[in-house]
Design a binder for this molecule. Structure first.
Ligand code: MG
Length: 372
């Protein structure tokens, strides 16, 4: 690649109102808080996005903090620098510990900028050979199990190849048993969002009998050892999500036998550079992966789509069309579902990362900063 000098950085902290609140084991969000980063090199610019949410409940990061660390430390470290690769960007930011969501906005913008400068589609730059990927259906905590059963029926009718259910105390085994009774042949998995501890082993032994594809992040958000212990007691593969924040942590998880699957979110791991490296580490260890999103706008979602086209992402992705959560996406064009190989509208196709619409960006921005 030609050397890419970063001439200008723009940062925005936005709050994007959802159509209805997103309820999980860690809380309820009425708007998705994200950091948008625009990098310019010469006459070309591109955007990246990272959506750690409003509060530090999914992970230790939150959008206000990610914006602050980006403004005070990360942007000053990159402005005026020439960056040959995503790895060089990561290396320049490595002195600042952690903060993967904050770093992801810059890293994703770097890849999109590289794609625009070289005129190579982002998924090809990442090494993907596919042009579309299948996505699954996801359901948060709902008002009643009957409501959930109706929604799952619709999803299965629409052809979604698997269904993910949020799982938290008060919305766990009885809910899951009714789903399994109603849909004995469906492919399901649960996402616990670190809502349980090893003291709940009996609960997971009962879950183990329900033939799930995987159990996502049952235990503490930064845990490895307890997951390895639980995995020894149950057959259902554990999928790590929150725990996987870096390439290093992924290697440790695999060595400890803490998981049979890895959910890769570009935001949570510091961007596409690290997501790609984690994909490769898992592939080499025989651990399959899938891509998850953070309810980003179409800018961040398109980065997830491009990543999900890599070969070792074998389980349907958590990537949602804009219309599922937003009356109006921040960016244009929005992300839409397209027909999969069987003709069901359960896939997403490659699209270059769209720019935010300037008027919407100004309206939704809570803070902004510019470096030149
Ligand atoms: Mg998850």
């Amino acid at each position: 690649f030609d050397r890419m000098k970063i001439d200008r950085v723009e940062l925005y902290h936005v709050a994007m109102p959802l159509i209805y609140p997103w309820k999980t084991a860690y809380g309820e969000d009425e708007a998705i808080h994200a950091v948008l980063c625009r990098l310019s090199s010469g006459s070309v610019d591109a955007w990246g996005e990272s959506a750690p949410f409003a509060a530090p409940c999914y992970s230790p990061e939150w959008a206000g903090g990610a914006f602050a660390v980006s403004r005070d430390w990360l942007a000053p470290a990159l402005i005026g620098q020439s960056l040959d690769s995503g790895q060089e960007l990561q290396d320049r930011l490595a002195v600042y510990k952690g903060n993967p969501f904050a770093k992801a906005a810059f890293d994703t913008a770097w890849w999109s900028l590289q794609s625009r400068i070289t005129n190579i589609p982002l998924h090809r730059l990442l090494g993907a050979t596919r042009d579309q990927v299948v996505v699954g259906a996801d359901f948060g905590v709902m008002d009643s199990v009957d409501d959930l059963l109706a929604s799952v029926a619709e999803a299965i009718e629409a052809g979604f190849p698997r269904v993910k259910l949020k799982f938290r105390p008060g919305w766990d085994l009885p809910m899951l048993r009714r789903v399994r009774e109603t849909f004995p042949d469906g492919v399901f998995h649960i996402d616990c969002n670190s809502g349980y501890t090893l003291a709940d082993q009996k609960l997971f032994e009962q879950v183990d009998e329900l033939g799930l594809a995987m159990i996502e992040q049952p235990l503490q958000h930064d845990d490895l050892l307890d997951h390895a212990r639980l995995q020894q007691e149950i057959e259902t593969p554990i999928c790590l999500d929150e725990t996987i924040v870096s390439v290093h942590r992924t290697r440790q998880a695999i060595q400890l036998g803490a998981c049979g699957w890895v959910n890769v979110k570009p935001g949570r791991v510091g961007g596409l550079t690290n997501a790609l490296a984690i994909h490769d580490v898992c592939r080499d260890a025989g651990i399959p992966c899938w891509v998850g999103g953070m309810l980003e706008s179409a800018t961040g979602a398109a980065a997830c789509v491009a990543l999900a086209m890599l070969d070792n992402f074998t389980y349907p992705a958590d990537i949602f069309p804009s219309a599922r959560f937003y009356h109006e996406d921040l960016s244009d064009p929005p992300l839409s579902l397209v027909p999969d190989e069987r003709g069901h509208p359960c896939a997403v196709a490659y699209q270059a990362l769209p720019d935010p619409v300037p008027e919407r960006l100004q309206r939704l921005a809570l803070q902004q900063a510019t470096f030149a």
